[in-house]
Write a protein that binds this ligand. Structure first.
Ligand SMILES: Nc1ncnc2c1ncn2[C@@H]1O[C@H](COP(=O)(O)OP(=O)(O)O)[C@@H](O)[C@H]1O
Ligand SMILES: [Mg+2]
Length: 250
């Protein structure tokens, strides 16, 4: 995916101005920026929910090859976990039988075997997140866009689901763009990290390669010798962005 000079504005006020980034095939890329810098706006533009004022987005993918995983899942409360996962396939013309079988396979892979008949309200936050992830993966996406998808989960559940996500996208060679304000998460999961300056008129200021080998365990990645120096560098660059007085920027 190539994003070039993307400008997004709300009622004439530019939120993002001239943001550019690349997600090469099979790469896990994070975009880190302070709250309000326009991360969610950028992702909405990538899936066509937000019309940019200027700039270009090229993916070479059809809409059905792009999966989205946002903080709030979009599970239908009146459908079982299995039906929720099967829904996208049936909408695409897969027979109900085949869709349910495929849904079951993904529920199993995500550790939810036996929970297919449950309705979303009878699932924990972590289980719901896994169903949402199965919903995305069942469609065989080539690219997944994530907007702070793990933010609402507690630490242990989060660590486990993040580990599974990394293993799955590595195995299936899926490209990922994750937007987050969590530097540790960004470094431990990614091949590359982009830094977004503080808005208004936020733009991508820096690009960092993460020299930690794959396959990767995200918890172990934090103990890799390359982690601390990179964290330090990103932290100081990000702090500079956040502290930068708006009066000077304007
Ligand atoms: N639909 C909207 N209408 C007007 N302003 C918006 C809208 N969505 C977001 N904004 C504003 O745009 C800025 C960036 O928001 P957002 O993209 O959600 O940032 P982030 O995800 O980085 O926290 C914020 O100042 C926010 O208030
Ligand atoms: Mg956001």
């Amino acid at each position: 995916m190539r994003v070039r000079n993307l400008t997004i504005s709300y009622s004439g006020e530019p939120v993002l101005e001239g943001a550019s980034l690349d997600v090469d095939e099979g790469r896990f890329v994070s975009l880190v920026g302070p709250s309000g810098s326009g991360k969610s706006s950028l992702l909405r533009a990538l899936i066509g929910l937000q019309k940019p004022l200027a700039g270009s987005i090229k993916t070479g993918l059809s809409r059905s090859e792009i999966g989205i995983l946002f903080q709030d899942d979009a599970l239908l409360p009146w459908k079982t976990a299995r039906d929720n996962v099967a829904l996208g396939l049936t909408l695409n013309g897969t027979t109900r039988r085949a869709a349910l079988d495929e849904a079951e396979t993904w529920l199993d892979r995500l550790g939810l075997g036996g929970l297919g008949d449950r309705f979303p309200r009878k699932l924990s936050g972590g289980q719901r997140k896994r169903v949402a992830l199965a919903q995305v993966l069942v469609m065989k996406p080539r690219l997944i866009l994530m907007d702070e998808p793990f933010a609402s989960l507690d630490a242990i559940v989060r660590a486990r689901i993040v580990r599974d996500v990394v293993a799955l996208v590595e195995r299936e060679k899926i490209s990922v763009l994750l937007v987050t304000h969590d530097l540790e998460e960004a470094i431990s999961l990614s091949d590359a990290v982009y830094l977004l300056s503080q808005g208004p008129r936020a733009h991508v200021t820096q690009h960092y390669a993460v020299p930690i080998p794959r396959p990767r365990d995200p918890v172990r990645a934090r103990m890799h010798p390359a982690f601390a120096p990179l964290y330090e560098k990103l932290w100081s660059d990000l702090s500079r962005e956040v502290d930068y007085p708006r009066a000077v920027a304007a």
